[in-house]
Design a binder for this molecule. Structure first.
Ligand code: ATR
Length: 284
């Protein structure tokens, strides 16, 4: 609460944004931790992200989540005060003001790690295939490596993009290079303990064109996208022998929890909010 009794103002900015579950999640976290807050969705014009962010903070905004397609622009805006994670990811999903300065962090990687742990598939000691080399993949490469996977391979439809991503990370953290591979989808090899889909293919309803025999025994197939029904990638994974599958709803709640901790200094409980969201999405 502010002195005047008005709840502090938070929000998420993107384009499109109407579908966002973040208001529900943050208001639930607020209830849980007895913090009074407001949280809104903000549609920024594709050419008006900077102006939208400036207006939000000029009008009393305290913290802002950033989603597609603005995470790279948020990184540029907060360039003077970036967390290590944001700097290495090249993307920002959490903004806040501190001493009159805009700060940025990326909590997507932490959200994924927490969810993999929750699912009983922590990355430590695992061989992981990361499919995709766009913004979503970039944000999770380093957290996965730092969590101690023995090998991480990025496979992308455009192989050059995967190799560029590897070169970028290896340039910044050279000691990771020996456990980091990159290439095309058909070079994906296997077997892998965890296969993570970070492509936008599920949004289009077609799975990435992956070779067979990717999955080790007890492997987990994880789609960063979430939906009421299994995504095209998860359906393909089941069909190709993945024993366990999960969508990205847990990652969504996990990244929100990490942002909440930055803003409010309290770590909320993810589980009840995740259950409520599942019910809302008509999950069983
Ligand atoms: P995002 O920020 O969501 O990662 P992006 O930067 O546009 O968005 O990246 C989209 C990713 O999904 C890329 O890795 C893209 O592959 P290309 O680099 O070859 O374009 C991948 N992608 C999208 N649709 C795909 C499909 N049908 N099959 C395989 N990969 C796909």
């Amino acid at each position: 609460m502010t002195l005047s009794g008005t709840p502090k103002r938070y929000g998420v900015v993107g384009n499109p944004i109407a579908q966002s579950r973040s208001p529900f999640i943050h208001l639930e976290f607020g209830r849980q931790t007895a913090i009074d807050l407001s949280y809104e969705t903000i549609l920024a014009p594709l050419d008006g992200f900077t102006r939208t962010v400036q207006e939000f903070f000029e009008h009393g905004g305290a913290g802002l989540n950033v989603t597609v397609p603005f995470k790279e622009q948020a990184f540029d805006l907060a360039h003077a005060h970036l967390s290590e994670r944001a700097r290495l990811a090249g993307a920002v999903n959490t903004l806040w003001m501190q001493d009159g300065q805009l700060h940025g962090c990326n909590t997507d990687g932490v959200g994924l790690l927490k969810d993999l742990e929750r699912l009983g598939h922590p990355p430590t000691g695992k061989k992981i295939l990361l499919v995709g080399a766009g913004g979503a993949a970039k944000g999770v490469v380093l957290p996965l490596m730092e969590a101690g996977c023995t090998l991480l391979r990025v496979a992308n439809r455009t192989a050059e993009r995967a190799r560029d991503l590897r070169a970028h990370v290896a340039g910044q953290v050279p000691q990771l290079a020996p456990r980091f591979e990159a290439g095309s989808l058909d070079e994906a090899g296997g077997p892998w303990d965890i296969v993570i889909n970070a492509t936008s293919s599920s949004l289009g309803g077609t799975p990435p064109d992956l070779p067979r025999n990717l999955y080790a025994q007890e492997a987990l197939a994880y789609d960063m996208v979430y939906a009421a029904r299994p995504t095209a990638f998860l359906a393909q994974a089941r069909e190709q022998g993945a024993r366990h599958t999960a969508d990205g709803l847990g990652m969504l709640v996990g990244q929100a929890a990490a942002a909440y901790r930055i803003w409010h200094g309290r770590m909320p409980d993810v589980e009840p909010v995740l259950e409520a969201l599942r019910r809302e999405l008509h999950y069983t």
